[in-house]
Design a protein around this ligand. Structure first.
Ligand SMILES: Nc1nc2c(ncn2[C@@H]2O[C@H](COP(=O)(O)OP(=O)(O)OP(=O)(O)O)[C@@H](O)[C@H]2O)c(=O)[nH]1
Ligand SMILES: [Mg+2]
Length: 363
């Protein structure tokens, strides 16, 4: 899973990326340059930490998400022209977008639009997403028109209808993620990798002095976006989060206590990215390792086994399932078995977030 970090220049993208990934690009990554950087992030999961405490495996393996710092979007240059092709090539391949908005003032880094206005900035970037998609749809429609004149293929005619719906939506300045689509149409849309169809996490990067006013700062955006599908709004002060991430573990705890922060905002961003992508985790546990595996919500037990290893999917017989919350409540596998909370499930069982699985299989 890949998430692209985008935003206007100096909004704090690289600061957020460095905080998330622990990779320090501040010195090597010149501001305003077009250059994508990738980094893998462990998804923090307190449940997995608990399992490790209980089973003492040799290692713990968290789920991961990959973030890409795509570089600055120069709003003055880009406006109305769609994105640079190099930039677009990276963005198109992502599974979701994380939009960083500058809500702090800093004389050294004046906002490119001349003032702080998060709602305006979200709309500027969203309209670039729409324009880029519009370009793709228009080109596709032209080609389909030509093809249909020659071959009159039923599939092309159906696709043209769908593209016309996309066109209409985009012309009304609505992102494609707001369209209701059939499963078949969803597959089709994925092939085009439209930017406005990707799940969007809006991250408001506010000033140090605003940490205690987060609710106030986020509320207009939450009001505007919370009811929309596949959009989430969150906030942090990237500069402070970066400093927290640079502290030694012991100092970090003291610092967080003093600032009255219960967990770094960073965890929140990672977990929200995970949720926005419709992902859930199941766990495996043995002497060697306790591990979280990532699947999409709605995945059945046989496909989930395939995430561990293709042999487990092919030779799948049954899954032994205990839910993490039952296991913690009763304290042991034996007690779960006695109470009938260790279940044997077949291949069609839909795996739930927090299930602990042991796969029985034939080789
Ligand atoms: N005061 C303050 N400064 C911040 C904050 N977040 C980032 N900055 C500073 O703003 C400057 C630009 O941040 P970057 O993270 O490089 O911004 P960027 O979006 O990657 O910039 P480009 O890649 O040039 O588009 C850096 O000097 C940061 O330290 C913040 O929350 N408060
Ligand atoms: Mg940057």
């Amino acid at each position: 899973m890949e998430i692209g970090i985008v935003g206007l220049p100096y909004s704090g993208k690289t600061t957020l990326f460095s905080t998330l990934t622990g990779l320090d690009l501040k010195s090597s990554h010149a501001a305003g340059k077009l250059e994508a950087h990738r980094g893998v992030v462990r998804v923090p999961d307190g449940r997995l930490d608990r399992l490790t405490e209980i089973f003492h495996p040799l290692k713990q393996v968290n789920a991961t998400i990959e973030y890409i710092d795509v570089g600055g979007i120069d709003s003055q240059n880009v406006r109305g022209k769609g994105f640079d092709p190099q930039f677009l090539a990276v963005l198109k391949n992502t599974d979701a977008l994380c939009l960083v908005i500058q809500a702090f003032s800093d004389e050294l880094y004046p906002h490119p639009e001349g003032s702080i206005d998060p709602m305006r900035d979200v709309k500027i970037i969203e309209s670039e997403f729409l324009l880029t998609d519009l370009g793709i749809v228009e080109k596709r429609l032209e080609r389909l028109d030509r093809q249909i004149m020659q071959t009159k293929l039923e599939a092309d005619i159906r696709e043209r209808e769908l593209m016309r719906r996309f066109l209409e939506t985009l012309e009304q300045e609505k992102p494609l993620r707001e369209l209701e689509l059939s499963p078949e149409e969803k597959l089709k849309i994925r092939g085009f990798q439209f930017l406005s169809a990707k799940p969007l996490l809006i991250v408001i990067n506010y000033a140090e002095s605003d940490i205690s006013r987060e609710e106030f700062i986020l509320s207009p955006l939450i009001k505007e976006y919370e009811s929309k599908p596949d959009v989430a709004v969150t906030g942090l002060c990237a500069k402070v989060e970066y400093e927290i991430s640079q502290l030694e573990e012991d100092y970090r705890k003291v610092f967080l206590q003093e600032m009255k922060i219960d967990q770094p905002a960073l965890f929140k961003i990672i977990q929200q990215s995970y949720r926005l992508l419709g992902l859930i985790s199941f766990f495996t546990f043995c002497e060697d390792e306790c591990r979280a595996w990532t699947i999409s919500g709605g995945t059945n037990a046989q496909h989930a086994a395939g995430v561990i290893h293709t042999d487990l999917e092919r030779g799948f017989i049954r899954a032994e399932v205990i839910h993490f919350s039952d296991f913690i409540r009763l304290g042991s596998i034996v007690k779960c078995r006695e109470q009938g909370l260790l279940r044997l499930e077949g291949k069609d069982y839909i795996v739930q977030d927090g299930d602990m699985l042991t796969i029985r299989f034939n080789i």
